[in-house]
Write a protein that binds this ligand. Structure first.
Ligand code: MLT
Length: 246
């Protein structure tokens, strides 16, 4: 029986994180988290997150069989195999391959939490699966929002709040920090009950965020719709020895 879980939330991106001995759920709903979950769901063997374009290109040069994916300012660099769209991966093209991924926010923040006891990648599309996996570790949990270009992002905060609601529904006597309490309270504007979370309300919320607007302008509206599909996947990306695996 899991009880007395301690949970904190970092809603704002930070320069460093105190995550030693903790389980981290890294949240970058639009789009790195959603894309990583989607790629692993479609059959990619592992996702290798790297912080910079240069490091990504070097890794590809040394491993020509690896696929290269990522974005800067939302779009794929010309020489990459894929951008950062969760809808880009088709099983026949990627099955059992390794994917190098570099994004502006998500893979960058991941490098800052590598001291955590466990790092899982979470989004709306694996909401239930990721909170259950994190809770099972029995360690304090940090919900880390990647944000957008070093700033707060509403869609990541909303997802963290949904995770808090889920944990609060499934487990007894959570110990929440003030920020976590506050986020749980703020979510009541959208829903009171975990079971009542709706894809449509998440989607319309995300389309109104700064990053949602930006992605819509670039033509990635379908990515936002996909990212809103609550519990579409049971895959929980787990960061082990530099790679995210199922
Ligand atoms: C990121 O990790 O920086 C984001 O996923 C950016 C994007 O929308 O592709």
């Amino acid at each position: 029986m899991i009880a007395n879980l301690r949970i904190d939330v970092c809603a704002y991106p930070q320069t460093d994180y105190d995550v030693l001995g903790r389980t981290v759920i890294l949240i970058d709903v639009l789009r790195a988290s959603t894309t990583i979950i989607s790629a692993l769901s479609q059959g990619i063997r592992s996702v290798i997150p790297v912080a910079t374009l240069g490091a990504a290109r070097r890794l590809k040069r040394d491993n020509p069989g690896y696929l290269l994916a990522g974005e800067r300012n939302g779009n794929p660099p010309d020489d990459f195999d894929f951008g950062n769209s969760p809808l880009a991966f088709k099983k026949q093209d990627i099955d059992h391959k390794e994917l190098i991924l570099t994004t502006t926010n998500g893979t960058h923040i991941l490098q800052k939490v590598i001291n955590a006891a466990h790092i899982y990648v979470g989004a709306f599309i694996n909401l239930d699966a990721v909170i259950i996996r994190a809770a099972e570790q029995g360690l304090p949990i940090s919900l880390i929002c990647a944000g957008n270009n070093g700033e707060f992002s509403a869609e990541d905060a909303l997802c963290a709040a949904a995770m808090l609601l889920g944990l609060n529904t499934k487990y007894d006597a959570l110990q929440l920090t003030d920020q976590a309490q506050w986020m749980l309270y703020a979510l009541r504007g959208i829903t009171n009950a975990y079971s009542e979370l709706q894809d449509q309300s998440i989607e319309s919320f995300m389309k109104q965020t700064e990053h949602g607007h930006h992605l819509s302008q670039l033509g990635y509206t379908m990515d936002i719709s996909f990212a809103s599909r609550i519990n579409h996947s049971t895959v929980v990306p787990d960061f082990v020895k530099g790679k995210l695996i199922k």
